[in-house]
Design a protein around this ligand. Structure first.
Ligand code: ATP
Ligand code: MG
Length: 237
């Protein structure tokens, strides 16, 4: 059986700047996988390429067995891949509810949108309480939740999440990681990019480590946690 997502030997970059070099990774259905690496390693570029905003110059990306390497981003999102970017892209002058509905409008019909709204409100009761509040007046942590919840509104088969803990206070980070674990328990397949290495390895099944645009290590999260290189380079141990 093919994995849900298969990235095979891709190169990608920006114009003449090649960032990704022969990157391969896969995510099985129901798996919670992380992609770790330092600033500038190419993690966001990897997610953008999977989501279709950048096109690989070599290699292939398959989703449910079909190549999506040349598929436009809007079609990839309709196929069931949702990308929660680190810049969040919320509409600050719109309410929480409106932002959530925008996460689904191109993918689901009206009735399904309202079902999705009920679903994310059940996962994130705090957003339900603040449904009428303007997104721009939410706290940093609440905005991350909102962005993740909006990513879930299209009921994706695969959720790509880019550095949700970035810029958050430690106790808020805990809440965001709990939200991801909740999604995972709901059976959502997640590929998570993070720099908060210990917390990430604690909650994920498997991981990849990227350095200078290449995958240099991969394995079960438990093994990565005990890996000498990971401990020295990413956990300061
Ligand atoms: N739009 C762009 N145009 C040109 N170069 C870019 C662009 N976006 C990223 N890069 C370059 O590509 C490389 C990888 O960037 P990327 O954003 O993928 O790293 P990252 O691993 O996500 O880092 P961080 O942890 O800081 O978010 C960097 O050298 C960056 O400067
Ligand atoms: Mg990044």
């Amino acid at each position: 059986m093919a994995a849900l997502l298969e990235v095979e030997h891709i190169n990608a970059g920006y114009g003449f700047l090649q960032v990704l070099w022969d990157v391969s990774l896969k995510v099985e259905e129901g798996e919670f996988v992380c992609l770790l690496g330092a600033n500038g390693a190419g993690k966001t570029t990897t997610l953008r390429t999977i989501a279709g905003f950048l096109k690989p110059t070599a290699g292939d990306i398959r989703f449910e067995g079909k190549s999506i390497a040349k598929t436009p981003a809007y079609q990839i999102s309709q196929m069931g891949i949702s990308f929660v970017s680190e810049s969040l892209n919320l509409f600050t002058n719109m309410s929480v509810r409106e932002n959530l509905l925008l996460g689904a409008y191109r993918v689901l019909d009206k009735k399904k949108q309202l079902e999705a709204l009920d679903f994310v409100f059940s996962l994130f009761p705090r957003l339900k309480e603040r449904e009428r509040q303007l997104a721009g007046t939410m706290s940093g942590g609440e905005r991350k939740m909102l962005a993740i919840a909006r990513g879930m509104m299209s009921m994706p088969k695969l959720l790509l999440v880019d550095e949700p803990s970035l810029g958050l206070a430690p106790q808020v980070v805990v809440a965001v990681f709990e939200a991801l674990q909740t999604l995972r328990k709901e059976g959502v397949t997640i590929l998570l990019v993070e720099q908060n290495v210990p917390s990430t390895l604690r909650i994920t099944d498997r991981g990849y480590v990227m350095e200078y645009g290449k995958i240099v290590l991969e394995g079960p999260s438990k093994e990565l946690m005990n890996n000498e290189h990971v401990r020295v380079a990413y956990m300061g141990i």
